[in-house]
Design a protein. Structure first.
Length: 585
């Protein structure tokens, strides 16, 4: 345990080092900007080109293809950013660089031209790669020698994640829809910039934690190499490199061709095989090649390692399909909300909504403001500039919230913003996460297969409400006036499913995979999430075509039956998974 780490624990807020709350707010502003931008991107791109707040009139497949490609890279670039921070620049510099790139990305998107849109998204992807993996790395270093406090620290940190998502969707969404899209994108950038400054001027709290890494000595390298002498090594063979090459080339062709063909009608390679276009062909080739790579490599490990890796690979497969359904929240669900949901309220209904909106807006914000006050009280002398910047950020937030509530209070008829429903996910996480934490910590903690079953089943159940609600929408309809209640039920059950499944991936990664292979399998896990995100919007882009050929209810039934079916597969695999995991729960 380093002296720096011990000193770090001398200034505490709510029983934890003050630096944890600097990271809490930095992550909160980053999530504010990420979810705020994401909430308005698709409805801006597909919005009518005429009207008070015109969009760009893109076709749905084009808009969701761009979103899917963005989401895919968001989960892949942290692998590179994490390596650079570990080996070259240090965690803190990576966070600052990432935040600056994302600030420039949001500013670029606010210009509202196609060229600046693409530049902005590229900058956001690069910035995310530097930022995302290194916040948790700093926490890990901070708590070395204090393992008993790590769980609590991560719980606090992830509350910052959800607070940022909640505020970002609510404020950027409202500003984007009611004031102007460029203002929504710009607001995301403003708070990312303030978050960067707040972190930069608070670095004195961290001592040497997260600084530029020092190269290992020869003795340290030899000790590291001998740390696991009993574990069977598995170097890459020629066949492995060939498979990796085919996978990378196929994946890149698909990733590049899919948005180009849908946005610009440009085909990088124009052919059809067995009725499949080139995009789908290369996507399947990449998937098959990667599965073959795992099948070829995994049997070379020692038995226990091999079995546990097979179990984790099965969990990764479930993860792909979970996120492929769950991430409809960023793509097809906003379109469903805009085009098929009755969001106009009047009379008592409008009054009730205003009260609910007031409570769910002010109460969480007041709690977060109290956390800010607690941090300021303990650190105003040491990081005064950082606290002034953070306090100014909250003054701006409260001003926007006050203006928003005033405008809504004055209106005689209320139109619920499309983006408002997306805040339900963060709200339900804040409400239910403590209950799930208690459940997992109790003697009733279910095995992995049951958790994955519950996650997939509850997710599918959420889509079942949407499918049932849309049962009377005829084929080919491009609008309807369905109840908002179906959306509320959907977000509730989707969130419950997320709480069952989402935290399990990294938990089982740490339990099932040998320490020397964590980095590689971490990449596999994030690749699974990346594929799930891309698949979500690849399929979600067909919402209009499926509604035209079949019905809107059929579209949601796809996301009902597949997750529920896979959930039962997980349950049936329980004896197999239990044996493969060799005692890990």
């Amino acid at each position: 345990m380093s002296k720096t780490t011990e000193n770090f624990f001398q200034t505490k807020v709510m029983g934890h080092p003050a630096g944890l709350f600097v990271l809490f707010f930095t992550e909160m502003w980053e999530r504010f900007s990420y979810y705020g931008m994401r909430a308005i991107l698709v409805i801006f791109l597909t919005g009518a080109i005429l009207g008070d707040n015109p969009g760009w009139g893109w076709e749905t497949p084009a808009a969701l293809s761009l979103l899917g490609t963005y989401a895919l890279f968001v989960y892949l670039t942290p692998l590179l950013g994490g390596w650079l921070a570990d080996n070259k620049i240090g965690y803190r510099m990576a966070v600052v660089i990432g935040a600056l790139l994302m600030t420039l990305g949001h500013a670029s998107m606010a210009v509202e031209t196609p060229t600046f849109l693409y530049i902005g998204i590229a900058l956001l992807i690069l910035g995310n790669g530097f930022f995302k993996p290194n916040m948790t790395s700093i926490i890990s270093k901070m708590y070395e020698g204090h393992d008993e406090k790590k769980d609590g620290a991560y719980n606090i940190f992830y509350m910052g994640v959800n607070a940022g998502a909640f505020l970002g969707i609510m404020l950027c969404g409202w500003v984007g829809e009611k004031v102007g899209w460029s203002y929504g994108f710009g607001l995301a950038g403003i708070f990312m910039f303030l978050g960067m400054l707040q972190f930069y001027f608070a670095q004195s709290l961290f001592g040497d934690i997260g600084n530029k890494p020092v190269a290992l000595t020869v003795e340290e390298k030899e000790a590291e190499a001998k740390a696991h002498p009993d574990e069977k090594r598995n170097p890459f063979l020629s066949i492995d490199y060939i498979l990796v090459g085919v996978f990378v080339i196929s994946a890149l062709i698909f990733i590049i061709n899919d948005p180009l063909s849908k946005i610009g009608d440009i085909q990088t390679l124009n052919f059809t095989i067995a009725g499949m276009g080139n995009s789908l062909f290369f996507a399947l080739l990449a998937a098959i090649t990667f599965i073959v790579l795992l099948v070829v490599r995994i049997p070379r490990y020692a038995k226990v390692e091999r079995d546990r890796m097979i179990a984790f690979a099965i969990f990764c497969l479930f993860t792909v399909f979970f996120w492929a359904a769950f991430e409809q929240a960023a793509g097809s669900l906003p379109l469903y909300t805009r085009d098929f949901t009755n969001r106009i309220l009047a009379g008592n209904s409008a009054t009730l909504f205003k009260i609910v909106d007031l409570v769910v807006t002010v109460v969480p914000l007041a709690i977060i403001t109290y956390v800010l006050y607690s941090l300021f009280r303990k650190t105003y002398k040491r990081i005064g500039i950082s606290n002034i910047i953070l306090g100014s950020s909250f003054i701006i937030v409260w001003a926007i919230v006050g203006y928003k509530l005033y405008i809504e209070y004055q209106a005689t008829e209320t139109e619920v913003p499309v983006t408002w429903f997306a805040i339900l996910n963060s709200l339900f996480i804040i409400i239910f996460a403590p209950l799930f934490t208690k459940w997992w910590d109790s003697r009733y903690n279910p095995p992995a297969s049951v958790k994955y079953f519950l996650g997939l089943f509850l997710l599918g159940l959420g889509f079942a409400f949407l499918a049932f609600g849309a049962r009377n929408v005829p084929s080919g309809a491009d609008s309807a006036s369905l109840s908002m209640a179906w959306l509320v039920f959907a977000y509730l059950f989707h969130t419950l499913g997320e709480l069952c499944l989402s935290p399990m991936g990294l938990s089982y990664l740490s339990k099932l995979i040998p320490a020397r292979m964590i980095a590689f399998m971490f990449g596999v896990y994030y690749l699974a999430i990346a594929i799930g995100n891309k698949l979500a919007h690849y399929v979600g882009g067909d919402i209009e075509q499926i509604t035209k050929d079949y019905s809107l209810s059929t579209f949601f039934l796809i996301f009902t039956l597949i997750p529920i079916g896979l959930g039962f597969v997980s349950l049936l695999l329980h004896p197999v998974l239990k044996r493969l995991m060799h005692g890990v729960r």
